[in-house]
Design a protein around this ligand. Structure first.
Ligand code: G3H
Ligand code: 13P
Ligand code: ZN
Length: 312
């Protein structure tokens, strides 16, 4: 099958009580690590590209690699723009072979978010592309945008029906206490998510797919490897896996993971150089990084998302 949009994936995920992993991609080894795990575990997957990743690896290279992944595996794979910053970027991705886009108007005043999201939907839908919108603002760093914990805001459930009806979006990212990056909670702070908001949103939007950003769990094993081999990461705390499992069994159909892959890759490379300081062939250290990503994604598919075996 060609690359797919998220419509059918989300319908099945909602009914089956699991979530699709949406993994950020930046280069070939990351794509292959994710795809090898998904192929071995027969999992549908969303490969997502931030504006920064699109600038770094370049649109046509990423598109060709993702198409190669589909040809090799025949898995349901969606190619998605993550945090689309404006109409023009969404348009370029829709015209350029992406099957899904996010327009992130979450920092705009409500009416401007509605107008911008609606404009993207009107361009995307006739072209078979699905659209994710966002209401509420997550803390953390993504691209050049750094939202402090004080400026972050939970999604207001009273707005969601109006937003979805007026924009026509296919899925909605909400803020319930997750955040971008590896430092989601302060040391000693008990991780907590506002499941009451998620419940209220899904009560108001029955059957509608919800998206969770900032959902890395931050493996303490990877942080320890990074620091054992010369890294200096301060205490990093992510979203506990049992909370993500719970969200996946509810209305959450897409779970975004980037930091966990960055950490896996960095741990693999640092360990490799510490153990083989004489190496200088990139295939040796990038190969180890790719395998670390594969294992990380496999764990997510089976133990967190519940999407393993769903592509059968
Ligand atoms: O939510 C943002 C993702 O982690 C992408 O990060 O913009 O640095 O590529 P990036
Ligand atoms: P993490 O930083 O928790 O991996 O979140 C990634 C994300 O939300 C990408 O949009
Ligand atoms: Zn995000």
């Amino acid at each position: 099958m060609p690359l797919v949009n998220t419509k059918e994936m989300f319908r099945k995920a909602y009914e089956g009580g699991y979530a699709i992993g949406a993994f950020n991609i930046n280069n070939m080894e990351i794509i292959q690590g994710i795809i090898d795990a998904c192929a071995q575990n027969k999992a549908p997957v969303i490969l997502q590209v931030s504006s920064g990743a699109r600038k770094y690896a370049r649109h046509d290279y990423l598109l060709a690699l993702v198409k190669a992944a589909e040809r090799e595996t025949r898995l349901p794979i969606a190619l998605h723009l993550d945090h689309g910053p404006d109409f023009e970027t969404c348009q370029a991705c829709i015209d350029g072979g992406f099957t899904s886009v996010m327009i992130d108007g979450s920092s705009l005043p409500y009416e401007e978010n509605v107008a911008l999201t609606k404009k993207v939907v009107e361009y995307a839908h006739p072209r078979g592309v699905t659209v994710e919108g966002e209401l509420g603002q997550l803390a953390g760093v993504e691209d050049d945008v750094n939202v402090s914990a004080e400026d972050a805001s939970y999604t207001n459930p009273a707005q969601v029906e109006d937003f979805v009806t007026r924009t026509g979006v296919d899925s909605l990212a909400i803020a319930i206490g997750t955040s971008h990056g590896a430092y989601k909670f302060k040391p000693g702070q008990k991780p907590q998510l506002r499941f009451d908001i998620l419940e209220e949103v899904s009560r108001r939007l029955p059957g509608f797919p919800i998206v969770l950003h900032g959902a890395s769990s931050v493996s303490q094993e990877h942080v320890a490897i990074v620091n054992q081999y010369g890294g200096q990461m301060p205490d990093a705390i992510g979203i506990p896996e049992d909370m993500l499992r719970k969200a996946s069994s509810m209305a959450v159909c897409k779970i975004n993971i980037d930091s966990d892959l960055r950490l896996a890759m960095t741990a693999g490379i640092r360990r490799h150089f510490a153990q083989h300081p004489e190496h200088f062939d990139p295939r040796q250290y990038l190969g180890e990084a790719r395998e670390e990503i594969r294992k990380t994604v496999e764990h997510k598919l089976i133990h967190v998302l519940g999407s393993a075996g769903r592509a059968e």
